[in-house]
Write a protein that binds this ligand. Sequence first.
Ligand code: NAD
Length: 459
Amino acid sequence: MEFKRNILCIGAGYVGGPTMAVIAQKCPEYRVEVVDINEARIDAWNSDEIPIYEPGLDEVVKEVRDKNLFFSTDIPNGIKKADIIFVSVNTPTKTFGEGAGMASDLQYWEKTAHEIVAHSDKNKIIVEKSTLPVRTAEAMERILKANSRGIKFEVLSNPEFLAEGSAVRDLYEPDRVLIGAHRSDDGLEAERELVDIYAHWVPRERIITTNLWSSELSKLVANAFLAQRISSINAISALCEKADADVSEISYAVGSDSRVGAKFLNSSVGFGGSCFKKDILNLVYIAKSYGLAEVAEYWEWVVRMNEYQKERFVRRIVKEMFNTVAGKKIALFGFAFKANTGDTRESPAIMVTERLLEERALVSITDPKALDNAKLDLSEMNGAVTYEPDPYKAADGAYAIAVMTEWQEYKDLDFEKIYASMKKPAFIFDGRNILDHKKLYEIGFNVYPIGKSALTHFE
Ligand SMILES: NC(=O)c1ccc[n+]([C@@H]2O[C@H](COP(=O)([O-])OP(=O)(O)OC[C@H]3O[C@@H](n4cnc5c(N)ncnc54)[C@H](O)[C@@H]3O)[C@@H](O)[C@H]2O)c1
């Protein structure tokens, strides 16, 4: 079959894989290829066990793979053929040199720019899919323009707003698609090409077009606003525990105000995921580098409040368990940073495990999808950790359970059976407020939710 256009995506991760699978499904006349330097990851995309767990994704990939969706490690050839190149490589926080711990590490990104130049022999549209500091397209253009063959590259920004755990649904029905382009003739023509792709399934009024810098910055700001809501309600949760107020009731009361809205107001042990912390720190770094100290400090507090919330959770466990957890088995229910994903990047469970191990607890971890990643995350940590797919076995003989991820199946467990198998007094620290606390209390547990009074059998 003759395809209308060749699309290439560099980076076959949590964003590149699902996004390209949906584009291939919705645009059968386009040939879509996803390339990556990670051979094992590409092999997995080509196998029965795709490398990421995402509800509904398996079906989409299997429907279009080898029809108009291809996964490969042949980056030069992919670049050569492509008319449109999405760049979806990782942009983690820099760990060295200037801006370490805050700025984005753009080495993977820059490497792709050089590769694109090296292997191109015709004009192309380059689409920034990765989340990037504002004005990165400028640097990208400088690298791309430094070619002596007269090839023209038009850079667009098209940040991805999917959330892990609901990526396919978010891609099918996005609140909006954002496309940033130079407001020049060439920029607007490239923008039209990209709009045409999304318009296959996204209503036109949901495709927002802006200038390049607004688009780049909108992504950082969107994540900063979402994380800010979580940190705001988590700050209030600490106050609720002191004042005998109930943070869920406050979320409901405040979120019912249509000017505030109900989403992202659940208090928890803290936010995780690969994006929030790194994107806010990046925003902080950008603000600092423009000399805007107050702006930087304002956003930095969103991250600091999150660290405080995680720390507070561990301190509470240790304090309530009579100031010592040494030698005590503690079961962590969930390790993924949220439900419906196996992703553990920046998961609060990592820090909680680390701190519990420092206190010499014996940590037993269970999770339906994230145990492999948990093992990698904790591989260099000293201490007693066991991994147990079955939550009943994880809790067997434990002094306490700490709920770290809001997996639906944890709500449906037989807690009478679990209680019977645990050491007494038995504790539950519900870091996600998902369990029926009153019922657990009646079974015999001492229950410690987030932002609510504890239910204990102690005098
Ligand atoms: N994960 C999310 O939920 C999410 C959502 C929106 C935006 N983003 C952004 O999207 C980008 C990608 O995130 P991700 O979660 O998919 O990351 P990821 O780490 O899962 O995937 C990135 C992939 O890029 C590959 N890669 C790196 N350098 C390469 C190169 N030179 N050539 C070819 N492949 C290369 C890596 O091997 C990796 O497989 C980041 O900027 C992130 O901030 C992520």
